[in-house]
Design a protein around this ligand. Sequence first.
Ligand code: ASP
Length: 348
Amino acid sequence: MTMTGKTGRVLLIYTGGTIGMGKNPDTGALEPLDFNHLLECLPEFQQIRTSVSVFQFENPMDSSDMNPDVWIRLCHIISDNYSGYDGFVILHGTDTMAYTASALSFMLENLTKPVILTGSQLPIGQLRTDGKENLVTSLELAAAKDSNGHAIVPEVAIYFSGNLLRGNRSTKKSAENFNAFESYNYPHLGSAGVNIKWASHHILKPDFSKPMTPHFKMNPNVLVFSLFPGIQESIFRNLLEIPELKGIVMRSFGAGNAPHQKWLIDLLGDASEKGITVVNVSQCMAGAVEMDLYDNGFQLQKAGVITGLDSTVEAAVTKLMFLHGQYDDPQTVRRLLQTDIAGEITGF
Ligand code: ASP
């Protein structure tokens, strides 16, 4: 569906999520409905200044069912339509939105156009919905250009409740509040109140003279694993023996610490030798892993554990899938894990 007589062209990709859900009359539970339902609840859609085309998933999904195959599909939809649009808005459930945003930020190299993910906490058909503002503002953000005709936000971002955040720095922080996302280790890219304000110096600057390069391979054989007091050797050993395992995001304590146990260091060392990449990400929401601060962090480093610096878990796990999908050589994966490739980590 395309509308004419408008400024800017945006492709709206509807994957599902609460924004488009309605109540099942029998069970009362929320279930995904198609885009026509969403349009019926949003008569204002016709007044939007941007020309919007819609790509709707045939089976809109709850984002808890999101997976790397769908990320590859999204990557194809964006790259196939790249030249025809000024920007893209992805309507997505909030539960795994930060994972999808992170994955796409790695898969769409040298992105020169906005890819804005949004959704809502209340369905668009409910009186107090946050979905209308989130959707309408996201369309505006996706079409916004500077005086040179370049996109103002040429990156994968999440727009939610007035805040524009870098996608691979975002985390869902609340299942209750409209203000559901935060970027703890990176400043906001902008805010939308009465006016839209951009934090231009925090927004990525791609090379506009070069093409965007999509990457369609992800290796999902990875694991996220949290350390906790009392962790057992036999359980950890069994995990590391899974034959398909390529990489682990290890959620450590504080600034990257782990229990001072010889068996743990030995098992991590064996895993590195087998070519399993282990990335150390803190369980804290804010701050970074500093493995040379305390002796047990230092031991982890000696065992081949890689610092995830100030990465979110969402960015670390999708980056592992991405790098293991692109490269067979564990050394290249290890090197790139510590390199900022899409604004996801801060080097110190
Ligand atoms: N379960 C929903 C989803 O992620 C929640 C939401 O959209 O807010 O699809």
